[in-house]
Ligand binder design. Structure first.
Ligand code: ADP
Length: 161
């Protein structure tokens, strides 16, 4: 069977247990999962690209996971990497409409690349990088949501000890 590569794109600002769950489940289906940190996102991010890449590398540490950044169209990056699948996580119904729109557009741009949606694991259904940042900035406990290295990096950003 052909070697299968999937790309898991996102902001990862910062990486959470929700992202790691999707990566680990992706590794059951694909030989390699490329975690692709969007470089040109319009969003205002807390962590720089390099900080986000470093955090993902620290908490994944599997030689079947590659971590890199991309600029420009995701679909072009996917082709350049020789991948045939884009993985996206789905949480609440609210994710659906936006994700459906992007998947349709990507399919129009390159129909040989498939988008695969993975349902979130139930314990992560309300977990997002934004909510973790908000809780941490208010000095709340985030141990159930991010690995210790990510927690330390977040607390440092918010000048918490
Ligand atoms: P983006 O700005 O592209 O949405 P994110 O870093 O927020 O970037 O998300 C990247 C991917 O990870 C998306 O497919 C998102 O649905 C998925 N994801 C984020 N949090 C979770 C979670 N708790 N459970 C499942 N998937 C998640």
């Amino acid at each position: 069977m052909a070697y299968k590569i999937a790309v898991f794109p996102g902001s990862f600002d910062p990486v959470t247990y929700g992202h790691l769950d999707i990566i680990n489940r992706g590794l059951r289906i694909f030989d390699t999962v490329i975690v692709a940190v969007a470089g040109n996102a319009a969003k205002k991010n807390l962590f720089t690209i390099d900080e986000r890449l470093d955090l993902i590398r620290t908490v994944t540490g599997n030689d079947r996971v590659q971590v890199c950044t991309f600029d420009g169209l995701l679909i072009d990056f996917v082709s350049e990497k020789g991948a045939s699948v884009i993985i996206r996580g789905l949480r609440a119904v609210s994710d659906f409409e936006y994700e459906f729109q992007i998947a349709q557009m990507n399919s129009c741009l390159n129909s040989s690349v498939e988008t695969l949606f993975m349902m979130t694991s139930v314990q992560y259904v309300y977990l997002s990088s934004s909510i973790v940042k908000e809780v941490c900035s208010l000095n709340g406990a985030i141990d159930n949501f991010v690995p210790p290295e990510v927690k330390s990096a977040l607390r440092k950003k918010y000048n918490l000890s």
